[in-house]
Design a protein around this ligand. Structure first.
Ligand code: AMP
Length: 397
């Protein structure tokens, strides 16, 4: 079990604390359209303020690819954060992230003050984990706190490199929550333990299927990735998504499930259409009945019933990836049925991945889930059993 030092284990009074947050918020015309990520960061920031730290925040936003892009400036984040914290947040607007503004702002800080640095990905070194930028960041701080789970599967300057040049590196509350929920689900699940995987590509989730088969009682596979399993068994899938090179792998996984006594559930009917859009005629067909110029875009009604039944008595459920093209209302029914089923169960429900989280929130079931992970890719790699560099870089207790 991971036992990382957290902000509860350190004394930050009078110290300069650099916090790597995930302020990668959706923006439209310079306005933040969803403040959820800012709200989630508040407990850690408030704790550090209350403890008398000098709180320096940093994050990436979008993909400026190493160049200053005004539309990806974190300036609007500073404004909203100040409102949410009900105290000033000084924005250090340096295109080099650690420039004259940042240095002066940090030098002027009193205990409990907050400074926000510019988008870390304005610096080309950030995503390459180049020492120069890690050292620049570290020059502003005594202690480093990582609270950005969404980037924990990547080794960048602002979450991994910096830890080599500061006194101490610990995790924040948000990161701790992710480690606890995901770690417990995988290592100590209350049974029955059911995993539900969906989404577009088998290849993205290969390793996780293999790893989960060692742990779960039931594995449900829906969404675009299911058709490769169906084709591998000889069923016609028309124009549905296919990962042709992965068919043997799918058969291996089915064999492994059988050997392990894991119930592997695949769709038995499919909602098909001839065009990839919402407003197009659709119908439901059975296994092997997808005609040549039709494409499977959602699980059918019978499959919905089977999947819903399979999670009904579960005590731990991990879900990643939609059951169909959930962005289109006509093909979102499978995803919605699963979301509804999870909202009803009494066990622990953990949602990873943007699309499944969006479906859960759209239905208003967000607060019925035990944990909605802030990291799609990171949560998948965690479930695969991989060591996440951003987590590993924090010091142990
Ligand atoms: P992922 O990023 O792998 O979780 O995939 C999410 C995407 O999978 C969403 O954009 C869905 O629209 C897409 N998806 C799910 N089911 C299907 C399907 N049957 N055909 C095509 N795309 C799908």
């Amino acid at each position: 079990m991971l036992n990382k030092k957290s902000i509860d284990d350190i004394n930050v009074k009078g110290k300069r604390v650099l916090v790597r947050c995930d302020f990668n918020v959706p923006m439209m015309n310079g306005e933040i359209t969803d403040v959820n990520r800012l709200v989630q960061a508040l407990p850690t920031i408030k704790k550090l303020i209350a403890d008398g730290g000098k709180v320096i925040l940093c994050s990436h936003l979008g993909k400026p690819k190493g160049e200053p892009k005004p539309e990806l400036s974190l300036a609007p984040v500073a404004v909203r954060l100040a409102e949410l914290l009900a105290q000033p947040v000084v924005f250090a607007s340096d295109d080099t992230v650690v420039g004259e503004n940042a240095k002066a702002a940090v030098a002027a800080m009193k205990d409990g003050d907050v400074v926000l640095l510019q988008n870390t990905r304005y610096r080309v070194e950030e995503t390459k984990n180049v020492e120069a930028f890690s050292k620049d960041l570290a020059s502003l701080a005594d202690i480093f706190v990582n609270d950005a789970f969404g980037t924990a599967h990547r080794a960048h300057c602002s979450n991994v490199g910096i830890t080599n040049f500061v006194e101490d590196s610990v995790v924040g509350y948000l990161m701790q929550k992710e480690i606890d929920f995901l770690g417990n689900a995988v290592n100590n699940p209350v049974r029955p333990f059911v995993a539900i995987l969906g989404g577009a590509k088998v290849s993205d989730k290969l390793a996780v299927i293999d790893n989960l088969l060692d742990k779960v009682d039931t594995l449900i596979i829906g969404g675009g990735m299911a058709y490769t399993f169906l084709k591998a068994q000889g069923y016609e899938i028309g124009l549905s998504l296919l990962d042709a090179e992965k068919m043997d792998y799918c058969l291996d996984m089915m064999k492994k499930a059988k050997e392990k006594g894991v119930s592997l559930l695949l769709p038995i009917d499919t909602v098909v259409a001839q065009e990839f859009k919402n407003d197009t005629p659709f119908k439901t067909v059975g296994l092997g009945e997808i005609e040549a110029d039709w494409e499977g875009l959602d699980i059918g009604e019978k499959t919905r019933e089977i999947f819903v039944n399979a999670v009904k008595d579960a005590k731990t459920v991990v879900w990643n990836g939609p059951m169909g093209v959930s962005e289109f209302d006509n093909f979102a029914k499978g995803t919605l049925a699963v979301a509804e089923a999870l909202a009803k169960i009494e066990g622990t429900t953990i949602i990873g991945g943007g699309d499944s989280a969006a479906a859960v929130n759209k239905l208003g079931y967000g607060d019925k889930m035990t944990h909605i992970s802030t990291g799609g890719g990171a949560s998948l790699e965690f479930l695969e059993g991989k060591v996440l560099p951003g987590v590993a870089a924090a010091n142990d207790k």
